[in-house]
Design a protein around this ligand. Structure first.
Ligand code: CAA
Length: 384
């Protein structure tokens, strides 16, 4: 067993950290406050290979591994969770399934521009009436000659406003077939009958767009079926297993940022003639934060390592554990960070209120933590 990173992994972490500190952190509060999509930052991240970290270079990616991706995702999210989710969705939810299930033509046409950061991608599974129960989705795809005709709505789609390429899940079978009647499609913005609907106003991750998608007799060429017909649910599940590593790392970045801000503040803030870090009440909070953050990091890195090794069954469980634990650590840590900052923590003069608002979504998207517990419990019960 070796807890050391490879030189490549270490280099990726360092590069992402330096980039995040120099280019993202100074504008993170503004991105949140003004709800602006950080276009220039995302463009530069594409040039650095951060939009397709584990995709081979021949398809526009950086050709690194999932561990490197998790390390980079943590550093980027530490500076801005909004930038973190834009990166995570493009890498995990769009590039990963295109690489795994796409044919050579689809990889050349769609994966290359996405992994190199020239275009942004989005993943469209959730619908107004089907979130956790993904096998129930109602958006329909009917084959007519050389096209599939899509009808229905998608909800809460990250990157919806700026994305040019969408992985869309739709029902090709009957409702009774549940997960066995779903297919995945590659849809371009600009396809006839496809438009972006309402944009959500959110509590956190306000620099990333979350939109509705509307398909009204949308014509999708049959070549844009990803994988085989009715294989869509498994594609979605495979994709989310990887995505949960990204969201775990995003949550970890938020927690690490809140922890570091708390250490700094507790050393500066003087009460009763002493820095508050001298008081055991604060020390115990910092000790718990540090311990839980370290445990979350180990879970995420183990999940990433198992994905790289191709240990599918074990990795599915670990990625759910990593997302579940890291998101709850992010929530607990950011609450403590505000407490340590006292009244100042409740204001926008310090970043901890942003970390707190950003942390909450990590317990919800890419499978609520209740769903993660279902995934983990099913695998635990199967194995003993
Ligand atoms: N990999 C491959 N196959 C899988 C799988 C996996 N991880 N998990 C399940 N399957 C297979 C099963 O083996 C089963 O196959 P068979 O029919 O051949 O036996 C089939 O899929 C159905 O599995 P289940 O019976 O377990 O299905 P279920 O209806 O009980 O649902 C669930 C399982 C885990 C609850 C699933 O519905 C789920 O993950 N829900 C959450 C959805 C989700 O995460 N949405 C997030 C939206 S995207 C997002 O949030 C992005 C963003 O904005 C950032």
């Amino acid at each position: 067993m070796d807890f050391k990173f490879t030189p490549e992994q270490e280099m990726t972490r360092k590069m992402a950290k330096e980039f995040a500190e120099k280019e993202i952190e100074p504008i993170a509060a503004e991105i949140d406050e003004k709800e602006v999509f950080p276009e220039k930052v995302i463009k530069k991240m594409g040039e650095l290979g951060l939009m397709g970290v584990f995709i081979p270079e021949e398809y526009g990616g950086a050709g690194l591994d999932t561990v490197s991706y998790a390390l980079a995702e943590e550093e980027i999210s530490k500076a801005s969770a909004s930038v973190g989710v834009i990166m995570s969705v493009n890498n995990s939810l769009v590039c990963d399934p295109l690489y795994k299930f796409g044919n050579n033509e689809q990889r050349s046409k769609y994966l290359k521009p996405l992994a190199s950061g020239q275009k942004l991608g989005a993943f469209a599974l959730t619908e107004p009436n089907y979130g956790s129960d993904a096998a129930g989705i109602e958006c329909k795809a009917v084959k007519e000659g050389d096209f599939y005709i899509l009808n229905g709505n998608k909800q809460f789609i990250t990157n919806g406003k700026e994305a040019k390429i969408f992985i869309v899940f739709a029902r090709t079978g009957t409702k009774e077939q549940r997960h066995r009647g779903i297919s995945a499609f590659i849809v371009e913005k600009g396809f006839k009958g496809f438009k972006v609907g309402k944009e959500e106003k959110k509590l956190g991750i306000r620099g990333s767009s979350t939109t509705e998608l509307i398909f009204n007799n949308c014509t999708v060429p049959k070549e844009n079926l990803l994988g085989t017909e009715n294989e869509g649910f498994k594609i979605a599940m495979f994709t989310l297993d990887g995505g949960r590593i990204g969201i775990g790392a995003q949550a970890l970045g938020i927690a690490q940022a809140a922890f570091e801000a708390s250490v700094k503040y507790s050393k500066e803030r003087v009460q009763f003639q002493k820095p508050i870090s001298n008081f055991q009440a604060i020390q115990w909070m910092l000790a718990d934060m540090a311990t839980e953050i370290e445990a979350a990091r180990l879970l995420i890195l183990k999940a990433a390592y198992l994905k790289d090794k191709g240990e599918k069954e074990e990795y599915i469980k670990l990625s759910s554990m990593a997302k579940l634990y890291a998101s709850e650590v992010a929530m607990k840590t950011t609450i403590k960070a505000i407490q340590i900052h006292g009244g100042y923590g409740y204001t926008k003069d310090y970043p901890v209120e942003r970390y707190f608002r950003d942390a909450k979504i990590t317990e919800i998207y890419e499978g609520t933590n209740e769903i993660q517990r279902i995934v983990i419990a099913r695998r635990v019960l199967k194995n003993f």
